[in-house]
Each structure stands twice: as structure tokens, then as C-alpha cells.
Design a protein around this ligand. Structure first.
Ligand code: ZN
Length: 247
């Protein structure tokens, strides 16, 4: 959505068997509603709920307008507009018969940030909002370096390495431009060349990839410690964010 300015992503996820579906962060109804209308009317989807990753307007700001067209529960953090339900950390719910969703609380960018792990058999995807981006992370608007360290390097790092990452924005080009100044490893060079060739990078990388090419998930890397002049993980995290903000 808002291609060229916000470069936000909304995601529609459907259980193939039952057609039950959820729409994640449908913040710009003029772009989202026609898709929902077409797919609902053709019988491709049965909308079950709206899911929000956090309360910011470019993620949860479309809820009111979507509700005018579809009467849906809204699953999201405490500050999300029209929220009806906030799943507790590590709690699960299902989409149709096959998809299991686990809510992972990752406060920092906002205190109500939640990432959602979707599992269907062996397929795993995590929707990370503005907490984890491909090659980067969100700003610490409502939280601390300690909280982002926990969100990325404990909560999300604990997911299986083959979990695909679907972030809230297409920020990869900018992230890699910063990251490559911090470390010049093979994985980050690979990410740079991918970002140069592809406009969209969502779902193309995994948690395992992020552990290799994302500087915010490599706080123990000597190159990252050298670039920040820090060694304690929380201090490295704080310094990296500060450097990125000023880059
Ligand atoms: Zn945000």
C-alpha cells in the first residue's frame, strides 16, 4: 500500500481447504477493499478477522472503514483502533482447519506490538509489523534497546530458522545500505544484490537468513561491535539504532 511513500504491506492469508481468511494490517481501505470484495464475492475467501501488528495509523488506521463493509472481530494490541481481542503472549488461535497462529508479544516499536507466527504443516511464516524488517528493525518509539534485543534475539530468534519473514514495510534497500557499512559479510552482500534486483523482498528471507544478514540480530559479531564501539548486546543495539536513525 502507498507504494513509493509508506511502502506498507497488508497481507491476506487464506486456509486453502475452508477458505477461511484473515487480513493483516489493511490500513489503506481504497487499496484493500476492492480485493476483499472480489475474493469474497467469487467465493475464494471467507473473512474471519482483521489482525493488527500494532496501533500505528499506517497499520491499524483502516479498521473503522473495513468494519463498515465487513463485520469482523479485530485481533491486535491494546491500542489498536476498534480492537476486540488481544491474544496473550504465546497463545494460539486457528484460521480455518489447517493454520495455527501464535501471538508473540514484541514490545518496543510500540508497547502493543505483536508478531504472529502462522504454521500450516511444515510451512511457517511470521508477520512482524514494524518490529523486524528484512535486514533491519523498527524505531524504538515506545520502548528501549533492551526490549528490541529481547524481541529480535530472544523471541523471534527462537523461531525455526526456516520461518519466512513478512514485515510491515518494504525497507530492505535502505536497511542494507546501512547494514553494509557496519559489516561486509557474504550474506549481507547477497541481500544487497537481491534488493537491487527485486522491488519486493517480503517472504523471500527466513529467520535463519536474518540471523546472518541483519546487523540488529548480530550483536555478538566482532564487526558489529567494532562499528558501534560497544560490546554489551544492549549497548550494541542502542548504538546501532542511533547510527541508523542518523544515517
Ligand atoms: Zn509503526
Amino acid at each position: 500500500m502507498w507504494e513509493g511513500s509508506g511502502n506498507n504491506y497488508a497481507y491476506l492469508v487464506t486456509d486453502e481447504k475452508t477458505k477461511n481468511a484473515v487480513i493483516i494490517d489493511p490500513a489503506n481501505p481504497p487499496e484493500v477493499l476492492p480485493v476483499l470484495k472480489q475474493k469474497t464475492e467469487s467465493g475464494d475467501i471467507k473473512l474471519q478477522s482483521i489482525i493488527n501488528t500494532h496501533h500505528h495509523h499506517d497499520h491499524a488506521g483502516g479498521n473503522g472503514e473495513i468494519l463498515k463493509h465487513y463485520k469482523l472481530p479485530i485481533i491486535g494490541g491494546k491500542d489498536c483502533a476498534h480492537r476486540t481481542e488481544t491474544p496473550s503472549h504465546n497463545s494460539t488461535f486457528t484460521v480455518g482447519d489447517s493454520i495455527k497462529v501464535t501471538a508473540l508479544h514484541t514490545p518496543c516499536h510500540t508497547q502493543d506490538s505483536i508478531c504472529y507466527l502462522f504454521e500450516d504443516g511444515n510451512d511457517k511464516a511470521v508477520f512482524t509489523g514494524d518490529t523486524l524488517f528484512i535486514g533491519g528493525c523498527g524505531r524504538f518509539f515506545e520502548g528501549t534497546a533492551e526490549e528490541m534485543h529481547k524481541a529480535l534475539n530472544e523471541t523471534l530468534a527462537a523461531l525455526p530458522d526456516d520461518t519466512r519473514v513478512y514485515p510491515g514495510h518494504e525497507y530492505t534497500k535502505g536497511n542494507v545500505k546501512f547494514g553494509i557499512k557496519v559489516m561486509q559479510s557474504e550474506p549481507i552482500k547477497k541481500l544487497q544484490s537481491f534488493a537491487e534486483k527485486h522491488k519486493e523482498t517480503q517472504g523471500k528471507f527466513t529467520i535463519g537468513d536474518e540471523k546472518l544478514h541483519n546487523v540488529f540480530m548480530r550483536l555478538d559479531d566482532p564487526a558489529v561491535q567494532k562499528a558501534t564501539g560497544k560490546s554489551k548486546p544492549v549497548d550494541v543495539m542502542a548504538a546501532l539504532r542511533e547510527m541508523k536513525n542518523n544515517s
